[in-house]
Design a protein around this ligand. Sequence first.
Ligand code: SF4
Length: 317
Amino acid sequence: MKTQATDQYIDEIKRLKAQKNAIILAHYYQTGDIQDIADFVGDSLALSQKAASNSADIILFAGVRFMAETAKILAPEKKVLLPDLNAGCSLANSCKASDFEKFLKENPGRTVISYVNTNAEIKALSDIICTSSNAVQIVESLPPEEKILFAPDRNLGNYVLNKTGRDMVIWNGTCHVHEEFSLEAIIRLKRENPDAKIIVHPECELPVRMVADFIGSTSSLLQFTKKDTGNCYIVATEAGIIHQMKKANPSKSYIPAPPIDSTCGCSECSFMKLITIEKILNCLKNERPEINIEKEILIRAQRPIMRMMEISEKLGL
Ligand code: SF4
């Protein structure tokens, strides 16, 4: 339930946004109240596209650090704010630049495709960036004989490899939310709700992907629940997306897939949930913390992201 203080914060955020010509971009994994005050809510691909094409002077990113960095890389002339610099990502953190450089040297002659969930240094070492919305299509856009190095999510990498059959070596990283879903709990939920469809993000482990009725990126899962004729879904991705699913189809039921080690029955990204309405207000007021990236890294990171955007545009993604 919203408190009076929250309502005051929201009014002040709206006033500051107008005064400073700022926009709030929010990821689907943010809490519902933050999604509701954002100017734009989306997955990583849509948020990148929005960051590259808007007329604001300030972008406040309600998400995690690699997303705010991507916005800064695509719009270096704008001020990009992240309300809490501790909002990192276990997946991005699993791929440090020095280790990645070593991995590249051990696997020469491959086109380097990195997931957007990487730090700016990793993007700068890559040939093309992808998101879970376009990873399969990006790989398929390359000539069949082209050898690929994929980083950092091993589950998404294996999913893409199975879909495309391409020659791929894959970095061994995982997301702490998506690798934690309990297959046993999902099967138990399915027994209790036999009409429910299991919908799964490709960052999940193979056994969970194997019981899925549908696998797709966060936005694809949302689209699936909008168009599908079913009425109940077991959702194996970060539970924040259920806010948009409920808004689109309030009469349907959405059950968050439980993680292995939890008693709460839901699965949330602890990094995403560091962002709060109060932190957004303070960040907008003080215009800090701000995201800055070393110029050379920023310039080198632009090319692979632009390549992703060009391929996505060409394919109508
Ligand atoms: S859900 Fe996983 S991949 Fe997404 S920000 Fe959180 S830790 Fe990173």
